[in-house]
Design a protein around this ligand. Structure first.
Ligand SMILES: NC(=O)C1=CN([C@@H]2O[C@H](COP(=O)(O)OP(=O)(O)OC[C@H]3O[C@@H](n4cnc5c(N)ncnc54)[C@H](O)[C@@H]3O)[C@@H](O)[C@H]2O)[C@@H](O)CC1
Ligand SMILES: [K+]
Length: 212
């Protein structure tokens, strides 16, 4: 039995997530909660004065992390706006669960990018390790709006638009001040280009995933 502690690719991280969920038996939503708690802690520590926080979410589990984080930050007394830019028809199961919880907490979930201009802090939760093609159309416009906004940006897991394995920009990518990545650092974030887009990288929530 080996304690895994290394750089991983997207495929390896997905494998470990599946192993943790299916073999160890830790539910996916528990992993999501732990990941989001880690991002919340970094935000409360690094940006204690940020009151207006805009969280930009895609339709997958990276967006689910963003929604979960929105709830945690609202409970911590922050004014949170969720900007949903993903395709509603493609929302993951966990994303849908988190959106339902956000409804209960009356957290605004909008599609307008307007709040980016008045935000004290922007959270990028559009794409994580699931990005699999060039960023185009409204996603590209959204990422450009994040990059031109005045507020600092914290990326969830991987800056959206950065290839997890190579650090290459897949069309356009979020330029983050910090990136909180989960369990293991990702190969792409250690490349010169990846470092420039990720900013300070914090590796959080190492579950101590074991494999025989
Ligand atoms: N249980 C889990 O699987 C966990 C996942 N976590 C989070 O989930 C992320 C991975 O989630 P997913 O596998 O759902 O993937 P992502 O949420 O990274 O993205 C997948 C979605 O984006 C779409 N997409 C990919 N590239 C696109 C492009 N260029 N333009 C438009 N749409 C595009 C896909 O079709 C899919 O709908 C991780 O990075 C991490 O943030 C964490 O919550 C920890 C637990
Ligand atoms: K992201």
């Amino acid at each position: 039995m080996t304690l895994m502690s290394k750089l991983v690719t997207a495929a390896e991280m997905k494998h470990y997530d599946q192993f943790t969920i299916q073999t160890i038996g830790i539910p996916s939503l528990v992993l999501m909660e732990r990941a989001s708690l880690a991002v919340r802690d970094v935000i409360l520590h690094d940006y204690p004065d940020a009151q207006q926080i805009s969280i930009v979410t895609g339709s997958g589990n990276n967006g689910g992390d963003g929604l979960c984080l929105g709830r945690l930050l609202q409970i911590a007394g922050k004014h949170v706006t969720i900007i949903e830019v993903g395709n509603p028809a493609h929302r993951s199961e966990e994303h849908l669960a988190q959106a339902h919880i956000c409804d209960y907490y009356h957290i605004p979930q909008v599609t307008s990018l307007a709040s980016l201009a008045t935000a004290d802090l922007i959270v990028d939760a559009i794409f994580g390790i699931g990005i699999d093609r060039e960023v185009k159309a409204s996603y590209a416009t959204t990422i450009e709006a994040i990059n031109t906004a005045a507020a600092p940006v914290i990326a969830v897991d991987v800056p959206s638009g950065i290839n997890t394995d190579t650090g290459a920009v897949m069309g356009v990518a979020v330029k983050a001040d910090s990136t909180v990545t989960f369990a293991f650092n990702k190969v792409g974030l250690t490349t010169k280009n990846g470092q420039q887009y990720a900013g300070r990288v914090i590796v959080a929530d190492d579950m101590g995933t074991y494999e025989n």
